[in-house]
Structure formats: C-alpha cells, structure tokens
Design a protein around this ligand. Sequence first.
Ligand code: ATP
Ligand code: MG
Length: 391
Amino acid sequence: MYKAFLIKYGEIGVKGKNRYLFEDALVNHIRYVLEDVEGEFLVRKEQGRIFVETEGEYDYQETIEALKRVFGIVGICPVVQMEDNGFEDFAAQTVAYLDQAYPNKNFSFKVKARRARKNYPLDSMEINTELGSKIVEAFPEIKVDVHHPDVEVQVEIREKIYVYSQTIKGAGGMPLGTNGKAMLLLSGGIDSPVAGYMIAKRGVKIDAVYFHAPPYTSDRAKQKVVDLAKIVSRYAGSMRLFVVNFTEIQLAIYDKCPHDELTIIMRRYMMKIAQYLAKENKCLGLITGESIGQVASQTLQSLAATNEVCTMPVYRPLISFDKQEIIDVSEQIGTFETSIQPFEDCCTIFVAKHPVTKPNVNIIKRSEENLQEVIDDLMRQAIESVEVIEI
Ligand code: ATP
Ligand code: MG
C-alpha cells in the first residue's frame, strides 16, 4: 500500500543555519541503514522534510525496523503520494486509501491539511472541510471529531500531494556524527554497550577499545565483544574497535602492587591507554558503563581515583541507573542475550577477594611507583601491538 515514508525529525529544527548539516547527516544515516534492507530506496530532502521513496518491491516491516534505529528521527509516517490531477482525483484517492488502511470504519477523524505550495487552488481550511465531506460521503459511519479524533488524516500539498494518518515512533536523539566522536571502553558486560548506545543517541560517533588478557581471557570472550560492537553499530554506524593486549600490564600490577588495589590500578591504566588511543583518533571524550556503587570499583572514591588519570572528559551515561534499568535498555537494543554469555573478562580473573572500596589516591599513586621501571615499556608495547577491527 505504501511506496514512501515521510520522516519527521525533532531537535534538528532548532539548529539554525547548521540545519542543513544535520539534515545531511540524517539522510546519510538513513541511506546507510537501508543498505541492508531488501529493496531500492531513494532518500531525499524537500523543504524541511525528508522522504524515503521505494522503487518496486521492498520489505515494509524491515524498512520500518531499520528506520527505527536511526537517531534523529522522531516519527516515521507511511505516506501515500499522489500526482496533482485536480481535487476530485485527490479526494477519490484519499477515500480509497482510507478504505484500505482502515477496514473497520468505526472511528472518528479530522483532516489536517498543510499547503506548502501556495498556488494550490484551495487553502488549508478549504481542504479540511471539502475533503472531510468527501470522506463522510463515502463512509457515512465515520464521524468527524475536530478535538479528539481517533485518526488524523494529514495532507501536505507540495509538487505532489502526500496523505498519511499514522506516525510510528522513531528513536529520537540527534543524527550521527553531528556531535563529534568519543571512545567507548567496551567490555563484554551488560553496561558498556548500553552506555555506547546512549551517547551515540546524542549524535556522537563512536570508536571502541577492548582490553583483553590472553591466555587468561579466551578468543571467545573477544568474539563476544566484537559481536556486541556489531549490535551497537546497527544504531551507531560503522566503528573501529581497538583490541589492546593487556596481559603483561596486568601481570606486572599483580606482581608488584597490593592485591586489594589491583582493580583500581588496572582501571587507571585502562583509562590512560584509552585516552591515548582517543587522542590519536580525534575522539573528544571517553565513555564507560560505570554506575555509582554497582561494584567496589564504582564507589565515589573509586571513581575519583580512576578519574584522576583522565585529562579528557569521561562520559558515564549510566551513572545513576539501577542495574534493572540498564538491563531494560540492553534488552530493548538487543545486546542483553550476547552480554550474558558466560565468558570470563579480564577483570574477573585478576580480582581480589576484598578489594578496597574507599581507595585513597595518594596511596594508590605510591603503589604505582612499584611499576616505575617497567610500566612505560609495557604501555608502549600494548599501544604498538593494538589490533584494529573495522566494525
Ligand atoms: P560492564 O557490564 O560494562 O562490563 P561492569 O559492571 O562489569 O561493566 P566494570 O567491570 O567495573 O563494570 O567496568 C566498568 C567499565 O569499565 C565498563 O562499563 C567498561 O566501560 C570499562 N571496562 C571494564 N573492563 C573493560 C575491558 N576489558 N575492556 C574495555 N573496557 C572495560
Ligand atoms: Mg565488566
């Protein structure tokens, strides 16, 4: 029934003269997600609107699912496009459309017309009443209700005429890449993929870094992170995943530092390396899945100790989320099933039985002095041997 979709976008509207940049980013991302959908699509801008037009056969449900993953879209309206062959023809086609879209005529409606082409012979008010009476004439059981209609028959008069009555909710947020790029610390857990999704939603492009510790962590644990990155990229677009071999650094920390401080010290080195890679790759911040009090390394004291090594902003979108709230988002975006696969991550192997929960930065720094002789070399080796996976 539908050969086109009208795309409604939200916050882009307020961006003044940068508006076209936002619209172009949105058009590009729509084209990107539709590449994987069966069918031929034409995506184009027309005066404050984006239209997706189809050519020939296409999969309606898949198209909607793909468009629902595009940040910046607030509404997806399946639309009927008509050539302007005079009012009678337009009214007849609208009646035919309503007949097909609503087999059960037990509803109220109103017509809401917008005349973008000012030389159309009827103005919006006239279209509302004239078309409204044609509809009532065709289906006497349908009632007009201008205040709380069940169905709003929306009409836009442009070069062509567009009629739609359904708006499917979009993902919201802002188009990808309109707010720079950040580096996600992506583990195999539940939290970090959700954190990446949430920052990407605000228009931030993402690269990711994963610290693995072979042979203590397996290839399957790494594959799980690659799989998670792929799921996140369904929303966040293509990304680069940097895989850092962290084994030697972890062993050195294990060897030379108090065991109750292992996690904090390890996390400080993760942040330092992530920050280095972020700068190299033009990222303007780091993203983590931390949430206050979730584990010993996420008390306010631990977060302060971890954060102390960072010179670039660290975005922690889950900071006030309860675990269940994070799980809800992870189920909604499709990462949960992968996240709960039971593969070890490097933190679980080197964790102490009784980690400090209130680390003191000065004490941590003194413990780190034990690494002085080896750490610069180990950091350099870890960075030089980074594996880059294009997702
Ligand atoms: P997650 O579910 O995201 O793994 P978590 O509850 O297990 O989080 P931690 O293991 O303390 O919490 O990790 C806190 C954050 O540090 C993670 O959300 C992630 O951003 C980052 N992180 C932890 N381990 C790694 C790793 N091996 N590689 C990359 N980032 C990591
Ligand atoms: Mg984890």
